[in-house]
Design a protein around this ligand. Structure first.
Ligand SMILES: [Zn+2]
Length: 134
């Protein structure tokens, strides 16, 4: 497998960050829940089941943007170390991750990609790799 999972993750994180940024029009970005009501900063909406109201509030733009930043940091640490294919360097005959030494793409990247398994660009082999590691 190539570097595709990195490109896939960068694209998904950019999409999520862009949408969260668009929902933070008043620079508040922190949603709160009180009973059946969610305060979206710009307005309140009521009628939610209280658990759903809390769930929605937990996914406010500020939190989503922090989550994207954390995932981007993970992504930056896990970098492809391509195989050299020099017979004299038998320890460097496979593509691996510079951070953890696992075969490329490593489990951490595939786990990050799992969040977006419902995206049409997600590849089945990334999921099947994850199934083998359980
Ligand atoms: Zn890695």
């Amino acid at each position: 497998m190539s570097d595709d999972v990195v490109e896939f993750l960068r694209a998904r994180l950019n999409e999520v960050a862009e949408l969260a940024g668009q929902c933070d029009g008043d620079d508040c970005g922190q949603w709160t829940a009180d009973g059946d009501t969610v305060d979206f900063c710009q307005m309140d909406l009521s009628g939610f089941h209280p658990t759903i109201a809390q769930h929605v509030a937990l996914h406010d733009p500020a939190r989503v943007l922090r989550d994207v930043e954390a995932k981007r940091r993970v992504l930056a640490r896990h970098v492809l170390s391509p195989a050299i294919n020099d017979p004299a360097l038998h320890w460097d005959n496979r593509d691996d991750c510079q951070y953890d030494g696992e075969d490329w793409p490593c489990s951490d990247l595939l786990d990050l990609a799992l969040s977006y398994a419902d995206h049409p660009d997600h590849r089945e082999q990334w999921r099947s790799h994850q199934m083998r590691t359980r």
